[in-house]
Design a protein around this ligand. Structure first.
Ligand SMILES: [Cu+2]
Length: 161
């Protein structure tokens, strides 16, 4: 009898989990820049973990919602920039205080030092693209790695929990 109860409990537990596992969380990502002809040739120091005043950022990534359930997460990315091509890289991070490895000569995040999971590359202005990833609980950084953009503030963090 105890065994049957245990099995029934396990089955019920599986039923409760299944819809969550199958559900696809949709996160809307918008890419914004008001950079105009601003100078991106030198790192602007607005990267993650740099204690920068992000209100100064002229480029950014907005995520809505900023959290998702573990499992399939669909990122619907729209580039709202007036003239610039952007991309979105997704990387697993330990915490938001982390300063990313940076290649100063290329003015880009050094991807070799990161656990990247996927990307939406080269989205033209006013275009959209999607990326679906199977995400485990944790923190994920979304950022644009076009030269200069990450340091101009083009990143955000989402929580999967
Ligand atoms: Cu960009």
């Amino acid at each position: 009898m105890k065994l049957i109860k245990a099995l029934a409990g396990a089955a019920l537990f599986a039923c409760l989990l299944a819809p969550v596992a199958l559900a696809e969380t949709i996160v809307k990502i918008t890419l914004i820049d008001k950079m105009g002809n601003g100078d991106l040739s030198k790192p602007l120091g607005l990267g993650m973990g740099m204690n920068a005043d992000m209100a100064q950022a002229k480029m950014g990534i907005a995520a809505n919602p900023k959290s998702a359930l573990p499992g399939m997460v669909r990122f619907d990315v729209t580039n709202l920039a007036s003239g610039l091509v952007h991309e979105v890289q997704v990387a697993r991070i330990n915490d938001e205080a982390q300063v990313l490895p940076y290649d100063q000569s290329r003015n880009k995040v050094d991807l070799e030092g990161l656990q990247t999971l996927g990307a939406v590359s080269e989205i033209m202005p006013n275009k959209s693209a999607s990326l679906i990833l199977d995400l485990a609980p944790g923190k994920y950084l979304l950022f644009c790695n076009v030269a200069g953009h990450y340091m101009a503030g083009m990143w955000t963090v989402i929580d999967v929990k």
